[in-house]
Design a protein around this ligand. Structure first.
Ligand code: NAD
Length: 490
């Protein structure tokens, strides 16, 4: 049967992530039969809540997904609340007793999912106490799901990992990167390895450059306090951007299993060229948004946002040129960029192929033909587009670019499982494909730390891009000096 039996213990059960993502995702798993009679959830947080109140909250978060209110209430009847201060040892004993009781009541066979949906400062101490206060069962599986950020540099990530690893084995640890739960991120491997046409050309003989853009149109909103200590490099590049780069660059695994795939991603990340400080200045651009008026609406500059230092040097934009130093990718630049308050929200990958060696055709204006480009639209649009050159209708032999495009319709994507829903199900199945291995985290931080260190030596004239643009002009020069340009320019 497809039903999974498990007890979920959610640390941070009153928080934003739990409310917005976890409860709806658990609900969808319930509706689709992956969770049924044999599951229970313990929500823990500092506040004093009753089970009844907690269930009302849960119902309110899933009601619009339910066929009937009864269905939502039936689901919520599996939820239990335990107020808990994560630093207080006694509370873990209370939690253990409740967990054991629910294990009996719902016949959960000792399967436990510990979900750490709270401040990363507590990840280590919670993991330690779960083990020491014996919440880990000997009969079923025990898995720890950890939210981002995993450290704020290599050293702190290593310390956190060492702390967690003293209680959990690597194969019990599921580090969330929710981009890996996105349909179209998972589609990168399918399109690469499922098509001879693509895979045979996926190397430095045929590819000119690769471009990865993760563009946000919003500013920092109410997250200023956190963001100001992080910045785009740590918040986006270390995890999501480099995970996408790893999927694009890795060698084909022998089979599509978590161990094999993650080994290939680790190898790709280890081959990332680590820059000297001078190379960082040549190959990386940082930016911070200033205020502007877009469509009559005045948008605040980053330093005017709530909980942000007036003279903040935090970057809200990063663009960079990466190299993977191996046989497949030698000489192929991978350009990345991500930022807030950009012109349009979207995540997109563009693969630019080399031109054929001898051009027989020109455009109508006698220009050389543009390169072939494979675009992968991750979100909000989901799909592909392949730009080719074809004959222009009419007399003569002029050519023009055309696009073969496949975009998923709104109806199709409306039924997509949510990233969190897929990731929680993967974790229930013990499939770690779409979670980051420690070795990936380590390599990513080593790469990112080099950039951070070089940046920290100089002060920038911020702001250097207006809200609603595509970032500082230097991010255009980054490609222009190599004879390229960003394919996606809203
Ligand atoms: P939040 O501040 O909304 O929730 C924090 C939770 O932790 C609350 O339930 C609070 O009661 C509890 N808590 C705090 N201190 C406690 C203590 N000493 N003892 C017991 N409970 C305590 O945070 P959030 O936005 O839900 O984020 C949780 C985690 O998820 C963070 O690691 C964050 O980086 C990550 N994350 C969140 C989002 C999101 O969309 N909210 C997205 C990606 C990652």
């Amino acid at each position: 049967t497809k039903e999974k039996k498990a007890l979920f213990i959610i640390f941070g059960g009153t928080g934003d992530l739990a409310n917005r993502k976890l409860y709806p995702s658990l609900y969808r798993l319930y509706k689709n039969g992956y969770l049924n009679e044999h599951f229970a959830v313990i929500g823990t947080a500092r506040r004093e809540w009753s089970d009844e109140y907690y269930r009302e909250v849960v119902v309110s978060k899933v009601e619009d997904l339910a066929d009937t209110k009864e269905q939502a209430e039936e689901f919520a009847s599996h939820f239990y609340y335990q107020s808990h201060n994560v630093k207080d040892l006694e509370h873990y004993t209370t939690l253990k007793n409740l967990a054991d009781r629910l294990d009996d009541k719902y016949q959960l066979e000792g399967n436990r999912m510990f979900y750490l949906a709270m401040s990363p400062n507590f990840f280590g101490i919670i993991a330690e106490n779960i083990k020491e206060q014996q919440l880990i069962t000997s009969t079923g599986f025990n898995r720890l799901i950890i939210e981002k950020p995993f450290g704020h540099d290599y050293q702190s990530a290593l310390e956190l990992n060492t702390h967690i690893r003293s209680s959990f084995e690597e194969d019990q640890i599921y580090r969330i990167d929710h981009y890996l739960g996105k349909e179209m991120v998972q589609n990168i491997s399918t399109v690469r390895f499922g098509n001879q046409l693509i895979e045979s050309m996926w190397n430095n003989q045929y590819i000119n450059n690769i471009q990865v853009t993760l563009s946000e149109s919003l500013g920092v909103e109410e997250r200023g306090g956190y963001y100001d200590t992080s910045g785009a490099l740590r918040d986006m590049v270390q995890n999501h951007v480099l995970q996408i780069v790893a999927l694009l660059a890795m060698e084909p695994p022998s089979i599509m299993h978590d161990n094999e795939i993650r080994q290939e991603k680790i190898k790709a990340l280890r081959a990332l060229r680590l820059y000297s400080k001078d190379e960082v200045r040549l190959n990386f651009v940082r930016g911070q948004y200033g205020h502007s008026t877009v469509n009559g609406e005045t948008l605040l500059g980053y330093c005017e946002e709530q909980n942000v230092a007036e003279d903040s040097q935090t970057e809200t934009f990063v663009a960079g040129k990466l190299f993977i130093d191996n046989v497949r990718w030698s000489g192929v630049p991978i350009y990345i960029r991500t930022g807030k308050r950009l012109a349009e929200k979207g995540t997109q990958i563009d693969i630019e192929f080399k031109n054929i060696p001898h051009q027989l055709f020109q455009t109508e204006n006698d220009e050389p033909l543009p390169p072939n480009v494979l675009s992968i639209f991750i979100s909000p649009t989901e799909g592909f587009s392949l730009q080719l050159n074809a004959k222009k209708i009419g007399p003569g032999v002029k050519a023009e670019p055309i696009k073969l495009t496949s975009i998923r319709s709104a109806e199709e994507t409306a039924n997509n499982p949510e990233a969190y829903e897929k990731l929680i199900l993967d974790c229930l199945n013990g499939d770690a494909t779409n979670f980051t291995h420690w070795d990936e985290v380590a390599s990513s931080w080593e790469f990112v730390d080099r950039i951070r260190e070089a940046w920290d030596e100089t002060t920038m004239e911020f702001p250097n891009y207006p809200s609603g643009s595509m970032g500082p002009i230097e991010s255009m020069y980054l490609l222009k000096k190599d004879g390229f340009q960003w394919h996606w320019s809203p």
